[in-house]
Design a protein around this ligand. Structure first.
Ligand code: MIG
Length: 796
């Protein structure tokens, strides 16, 4: 990439690696058409349009008035925004209520301000332009206080200032280290946090793109190998507002089926029906919860997708039903490569229906993948997506509700690791080369698979796991971070990677717990499982021929701890589920870097070895071998050690002890947290809700708990339960209010308790105005439990 990307030396004549950079020059004329401001410059054309008053789109085409078509990433249609314009001698101003775009005329330089006059983005002296290779680029000024987040799935630390990143979906088996700047996902989007405020940029260009936040101290750039410069600026002003704005453009994740949030077990591969049954039995016997087992490529007949090998899996329907009865879902892998085999129905249908990727000359493109020589569905064609989606009836007829998409970069076993870039995708009659469409392949496969499954599941929510994707992938899939290794370094890296995925609009992600390649160890698996308890996606997976890493693989002592943390996942599930619901509405992720909640606090800017679940819980795992202490940063506020009830003052670093059994967890005073019970699977009825209260004199606590059937889309028709808990301490009385806001769904639990942490002795407790008599307090503890009268969960 080094030799194709741009470099700039501020103040000098701009040479871009042997090619000549050409800026678009100065203003010539403008016109206003359907609320789009079109500007003609000496060497290019710029269009400016508002999508919402806090979202503006800027498009530049060197040759002609820019096309306002968008990529598949964008689902938003521009709203009718009130915009006012004003022209002076040297500038044009266009403003919505929340943003002002200032276009300096000679030369053209665009600056964007918010409605408080805060400068969000401005071009540096190089502005925007292109070179003779038809690459497009934009240079922005970089403030000394800018910190950059997002960019999807990247190695290295949380803050991407000082990094140069490429967006090109790549199957990287090894290494995953800071030198590798393109992995499986391409999310050409980032958020800037500067002095506590945030704004965002989404670069909607599907070619290979490069974000260079490294080559200069006072500017950064983003560029693409082709196409238009086409980006959206999000006004913020908070990091959460930016996520709402970005996810308004590229979409949000629907609420996942609850079983997708349980513990999942995988291996490359569980090779026979017998092996799968034994695996499931082991979980049941060892009392380790389990919601899904994955079938990697060995389940297929010669790696033909949409088949089962009849010898290894003589009765898939029976297997799937028996597991379902035990609360376990089966998730088979589906790769895009279709074996070239004239006797194989999928290949036949593909050829006959003209559904495979082809060269412009008309011959099918073949690449080597698992099945040998294979063809690939041209998923840029809507009818092919439909066909591919319908093929999944093979699985849904067997009772399968989850699919695992792998190799969908697409990966091909050759030097370039992917399809020939000259392949011409039909793209519904608007043909484009693979060079332009490559980054979309995983997203399109996701749409096809998700929608296909959805159509066949009689109202149940499908689950899709995908390795590759583009901006918008959250609408269809859960992202796992591919082929990591059983290295402590990869456990460490998983945290910023998943947090940045979350900041990129993808709330549902996780790494292979225990590490995929290489051999895990008992200690590493234990520490990694502790992290997995709180990563949005929680799956243990390992490569063929590596040491086994099922929870019991390293002996009883490790097994006991691992069991405890898998069980703990189920305890936290109601809380996590509520956060998933929040993500589905706001785009704000479940797993959060501290900087998302405390963007003013410089200690959080690059804090990546601890994370938050929601706004009130900090998880600070041990990420190093033989290590039983670590430093934990607790921001402003008072924090409570989840395990010991110890009170810790915020705004400072603490040295925390954590033996192998302990995952350090801290709860913010003022929090309310809803817990469930340990269960074999999410399919088991929830018997009890436990509401943990950490009341404080200083503020009113409030939490809105959400539930629905966890299975269907009925929540879209209002069939959900929502209940607000509020607590305040007034004159030595803790007043708790339960307010059922929505009751179109009846939760399963028949019992509820309040667990009140750290209340001063002598404080009385009222629930919905009634003094509570039956209050239990263990003599040596600061915990009080109160049984909740179930009447309170009926709407008043
Ligand atoms: O070329 O299906 O990332 O999870 O086990 C390897 C076999 C193909 C890569 C995936 C991994 C999966 C493996 N796959």
């Amino acid at each position: 990439m080094q030799d194709t990307s741009f470099a700039i030396h501020p103040g000098k004549k701009i040479h871009v690696n042997g090619t000549n950079y050409q800026s678009i020059g100065s203003f010539v004329s403008y016109n206003l058409e359907e609320k789009v401001l079109n500007i003609k410059a000496e060497n290019g054309h710029v269009s400016i349009s508002f999508y919402r008053d806090d979202i503006v789109r800027i498009t530049m085409n060197p040759k002609k008035t820019p096309s306002l078509k968008t990529s598949f990433a964008v689902i938003k249609i521009p709203e009718d925004v009130d915009v006012v314009g004003r022209e002076t001698n040297g500038e044009i101003h266009v403003s919505s209520n929340k943003l002002t775009v200032v276009i300096n005329k000679t030369p053209i330089r665009i600056s964007i301000f918010d409605n408080h006059g805060r400068l969000l983005v401005s071009e540096n002296e190089a502005g925007m332009g292109f070179n003779e290779k038809k690459e497009v680029i934009c240079f922005k000024e970089m403030d000394k206080d800018d910190h950059f987040y997002g960019f999807g799935e990247k190695t290295s630390f949380l803050d991407k200032r000082g990094e140069k990143m490429t967006m090109w979906n790549s199957d990287v088996y090894a290494p995953h280290n800071p030198e590798i700047d393109a992995l499986y996902q391409s999310i050409p989007y980032f958020m800037t946090i500067r002095n506590g405020d945030a704004h965002g940029i989404f670069f909607d260009n599907t070619f290979k793109t490069v974000f260079d936040m490294k080559s200069s101290n006072d500017s950064y750039s983003f560029s693409a190998e082709g196409g238009q410069l086409d980006y959206y600026v999000f006004a913020g002003p908070t990091p959460k507002a930016v996520l709402e704005q970005y996810s308004e453009i590229t979409g949000r994740m629907p609420i996942p089926p609850k079983w997708a949030l349980g513990y999942h077990q995988s291996r490359y591969s569980y090779e026979t029906e017998q092996e799968v049954r034994e695996l499931a039995n082991n979980f049941l016997e060892k009392n380790i919860p389990l919601d899904a087992i994955y079938l990697d490529i060995h389940y297929m007949d010669g790696y033909r997708v949409f088949t089962f090998d009849e010898e290894r899996f003589p009765n898939p329907a029976g297997l799937i039903q028996d597991l379902k009865d035990a609360g376990i879902h089966v998730v088979p892998i589906v790769d895009p490569g279709v074996k070239e085999d004239p006797e194989y129905y999928v290949y036949q249908e593909g050829v006959k229906g003209d559904r495979f990727c082809k060269y412009i000359e008309g011959n099918i493109y073949f690449g080597d993948v698992w099945p040998g020589k294979s063809a690939f569905p041209d998923l840029t064609i809507s009818n092919v997506r439909k066909w591919w989606g319908e093929k999944h009836k093979f699985y849904t007829d067997l009772g399968i509700e989850g699919i695992w998409n792998d190799m969908n970069e697409p990966a091909v076993f050759n030097e370039s690791k992917t399809m020939d870039l000259r392949v011409m995708h039909d793209n519904d009659g608007d043909p484009k080369t693979h060079r332009e469409m490559h980054n979309l392949y995983g997203l399109l496969m996701g749409e096809s698979t998700y929608e296909g499954m959805k159509a066949q599941l009689n109202g149940n929510r499908p689950f899709l796991l995908t390795r590759a994707g583009f901006a918008g992938v959250q609408r269809y899939g859960t992202v796992w971070t591919g082929d990591n290794r059983s290295f402590w370094e990869h456990l460490q890296m998983a945290l910023p990677m998943c947090m940045n995925l979350g900041l990129s609009g993808i709330p549902f992600s996780g790494p292979d717990v225990g590490g995929f390649a290489h051999d895990s160890t008992g200690q590493l698996l234990t520490r990694w499982t502790q992290v997995g308890t709180f990563t949005p996606y929680f799956r243990n997976h390992s490569v063929i021929e590596s040491i086994r890493q099922e929870p019991w693989s390293f002996g009883q002592d490790y097994e006991n701890i691992i069991r405890k943390y898998i069980q703990e996942r189920y305890v936290w599930l109601p809380y996590l589920y509520t956060l998933f619901k929040e993500a589905s509405v706001s785009g704000v992720p479940v797993m959060r870097p501290l900087v998302l909640e405390f963007p003013d606090d410089k200690n959080t800017f690059n804090l990546a070895d601890q994370f938050m679940i929601g706004s009130d819980v900090i998880v600070a795992p041990i990420l190093k071998p033989d290590t039983y202490h670590r430093v934990v940063y607790l921001p402003e506020g008072i924090w409570v050690n989840y395990w010991t009830e110890e009170i810790l003052e915020g705004g400072k670093h603490h040295l925390i002890h954590a033996d192998l059994e302990t995952l350090p967890i801290f709860i913010k005073k003022g929090a309310i947290i809803t817990h469930g019970t340990v269960k074999r699977s999410t399919e088991i009825k929830e018997s009890k809700i436990t509401v943990h209260l950490y009341p404080t004199e200083n503020e009113i606590s409030s939490f809105t708990h959400y539930e629905d059937d966890g299975k269907t889309f009925a929540y879209n028709n209002g069939q959900y339960f929502q209940c607000n808990f509020e607590a305040k301490i007034v004159d030595q009385i803790l007043e708790i209010d339960i307010n059922v806001e929505h009751d179109q769904f009846k939760p399963e639990w028949e019992k509820g308790i309040f667990v009140i942490h750290g209340l001063n002795s002598g404080t009385e407790i009222k629930v919905n105005g009634a003094l509570q008599g039956n209050v239990k307090k263990q003599s040596d503890s600061t915990i009080i439990t109160v049984l909740i009268d179930m009447e309170h969960f009926n709407k008043k």
